[in-house]
Design a protein around this ligand. Structure first.
Ligand code: GDP
Ligand code: IMO
Ligand code: MG
Length: 424
């Protein structure tokens, strides 16, 4: 396998990036997360335990790996403290091996408050956000009203930045009695944790270049998926960051030549949580079966995920915008007892056939999927650890996906645990 790999989601998130990163991390020295925030929920099953990570890179479970959180992430500092505590309680020590960019913007309690208020104001047209304050924190960042990790160490500046931010948003703050808008409390809480974060603060760009020059192998961990990218996804039903490969460059301060390979994580069917178009969604018993068999409930919010067939048109888009050369296909086992499996190979938009996504991805509301039907394999796959040993119909299914997308398959996942994996 190539040395420095970016792992990105190719659908609407929850493809199994956590598991894939955890597996690839075994051969890496350094793991760096580059965007998103605590909207992510990356699940890892290792050593009989289940971990759900929101901000900390999935490589942290390997006790000797060094992990970084890049400037492209929006960091909830209190959420981070909780996550560190959970890891500590599980005997995973992060001292001296988890570092955070000093330029990382913080998600503060009032960003979560605004997230909820905005969703309420949108009424029936809500985005179905995770309510983790992601949109408001990125908005503050690009509006240049953000608070960054390094600001915790110039307290006068910190308080002023928070005050100005609030004064300029009377619509949210003028009458607010919400504790999340209490600047003095937020300030005190931040001051209480600032000393604990100081030793973790670093210049991630400089550190990664050092590792690179020392011949270390670096794994770059994305969150969400291509279809949730703020530029390239189903805007406005997207998240607020670049979930695609460009996010790794700007979110960590690295050059493109540091990347040897982009691995796209593809769930063997499709899920989406939150609002927005989803052409292959199944609203019938098959959809319910996918949800039940796949355990499709949000790792961050617990919300039931919407489910549907694999969408090759959306995947063509995801692979193109990311320069994906290899895919990791996950959750193949969930299809083990489907007699027939459909794959969307094209769309119809007002009578016109499309093989690529429309110019305006919001038109995904109006497209009709064109399906190709496959015979299911109707036998368990979780115990299989060689590609050749997979049922013929499963190999046909995987072969079609790889051929259509013009990519190789580097990994097939047939269960949540590490050992339920076929390395190709
Ligand atoms: P992520 O956000 O992309 O890391 O994915 P999530 O962790 O949110 O969701 C993936 C879910 O599927 C988690 O509960 C994983 O433990 C589980 N999972 C991952 N790979 C497989 C697989 O191959 N088969 C099954 N059945 N579950 C899997
Ligand atoms: P991981 O990394 C699935 C979705 C939300 C909502 C939209 C905007 O676990 O794959 P936001 O809170 O970001 O403003 O919400 O994006 N969303 C995710 N869906 N997996 C995720 O992360 C997601 N992060 C955000 O449900 O539709
Ligand atoms: Mg997830």
């Amino acid at each position: 396998m190539e040395k420095n790999i970016v792992v990105v989601g190719c659908q609407w998130g929850d493809e199994g990036k956590g598991k894939v990163v955890d597996l690839l991390a075994e051969k890496a020295d350094v793991i760096a997360r580059f965007q998103g925030g605590a909207n992510a929920g990356h699940t890892i099953h290792a050593g009989g335990k289940k971990f759900i990570l929101h901000l900390i890179p999935s490589g942290i479970i390997h006790r000797e790996k060094i992990c970084y959180v890049g400037n492209g992430v929006v960091l909830d500092p209190f959420g981070l403290m909780d996550e560190l505590e959970v890891l500590h309680a599980e005997g995973i020590d992060t001292e001296g091996r988890l570092f955070i960019s000093s330029a990382t913007n913080l998600v503060l309690p009032y960003h979560k408050m605004i997230d909820s208020l905005d969703e309420k104001k949108r009424g029936g047209n809500g985005l179905g956000t995770t309510l983790r304050g992601i949109g408001p924190a990125y908005r503050a960042k690009v509006g240049r009203f953000g608070v960054r990790l390094c600001d915790l160490y110039t307290p006068e500046k910190l308080k002023e930045r928070m005050s100005v931010y609030m004064e300029m948003r009377p619509e949210y703050f003028s009458d607010s009695r919400d504790e999340r808008a209490d600047i003095d409390k937020i300030y005190d809480d931040l001051m209480a944790i600032a000393p604990k974060l100081k030793s973790r603060m670093t210049n991630v760009s400089i550190e990664l270049l050092k590792h690179y020059k020392n011949g270390k192998s670096i794994l770059f961990e994305g969150a969400q998926g291509a279809m949730l990218d703020v530029d390239l996804g189903t805007y406005p039903f997207s998240t607020s960051s670049n979930t695609t490969v460009g996010g790794a460059l700007t979110g960590l301060g690295i050059g493109p030549k540091m990347i040897d390979l982009v691995v796209g994580v593809v769930k063997a069917y499709t899920t989406r949580v939150g609002s927005g178009p989803f052409p292959t969604e199944l609203s019938d018993d098959l959809g319910l079966k996918l949800r039940e068999d796949g355990g499709e409930f949000g790792a961050t919010t617990g919300r039931p995920r919407r489910t549907g067939w694999l969408d090759l048109v959306a995947l063509r888009h995801a692979c193109r915008v990311n320069g994906v050369e290899k895919i990791a296909v996950t959750k193949l086992d969930v299809l083990d007892d489907f007699e027939k499996i459909n794959v969307c190979v094209g769309y119809k938009l007002r009578g016109e056939k499309l093989s690529e996504v429309p110019l305006d991805l919001s038109q995904l509301w109006d497209v009709e999927p064109v399906y190709r039907e496959f015979e299911g394999w109707m036998s368990p796959t979780s115990h299989i650890n060689k590609f050749d040993a997979l049922p013929e119909n499963a190999k046909t299914y995987l072969g079609l996906i790889a051929d259509d997308l013009g990519v190789g398959i580097c990994l097939v996942s047939t269960g949540a645990r590490r050992e339920e994996t076929i390395v190709v």
